[in-house]
Design a protein. Structure first.
Length: 186
């Protein structure tokens, strides 16, 4: 796993071993950032369920102004810190070592993110509570792009009833990226 483009281009990233993380492949990461290329520069990026931190690091490398990474695993947080230091992107990053719902609550009334990315563990239905928390907070507005990485067969149809509008979907062999915005009536 490596940084694809930007200031930290080609630098290798560590990941934790075992089934607790599922790093986004370089090919899928490159496709995601090609989709986001006009939105990254100068953005305030939130990476929920950060794992190794590779997505936020890619965003920072490509010109995001800042990134907040949220991860509850102590081992993953250690790897994130090492990756941020190695890529020299640590000064632009804020690592929150806690669960995502607590982080969203702590971030409330502090800032609005331009891009929120989440890659929760598959099959645990964390998306529902996370989307509810985002909706109840003020960390997103009608311009915020919210991206969920999920298995191909995962149904997130409930997102609309929570106040989110699906604006794009990109499918791969085994997973997908769903791009949401808050509905305009908010």
């Amino acid at each position: 796993m490596r940084v694809i483009a930007g200031s930290a281009r080609h630098l290798p990233l560590k990941t934790i071993e075992g089934p607790d993380t599922r790093p986004t492949t370089d090919r899928i990461k490159e496709t995601l950032f090609n989709i986001l290329q006009s939105d990254i520069s100068g953005s305030n990026f939130l990476d929920l369920y950060s794992g190794s931190g590779a997505i936020a690091i890619e965003a920072l490398s490509r010109g995001a102004r800042s990134a907040t990474l949220v991860e509850s695993s102590k081992n993953a947080c250690k790897v994130i810190k090492e990756n941020l230091e190695f890529t020299k992107l640590a000064p632009k990053a804020n690592l929150m070592e806690c669960d995502c719902l607590s982080a969203i609550n702590r971030l409330k009334n502090k800032e609005v993110f331009d891009i929120i990315f989440m890659d929760p563990p598959y099959g645990k239905d964390f998306e529902y509570e996370t989307l509810k928390a985002i909706k109840a907070s003020n960390i997103a507005d009608e311009y915020t792009i919210i991206i969920i990485e999920e298995k191909l067969d995962t149904d997130l149809d409930y997102a609309e009833s929570l106040g989110f509008e699906l604006v794009r979907a990109k499918t791969y062999k085994t997973n997908k990226h769903l791009f949401y915005k808050l509905k305009g009536d908010n």
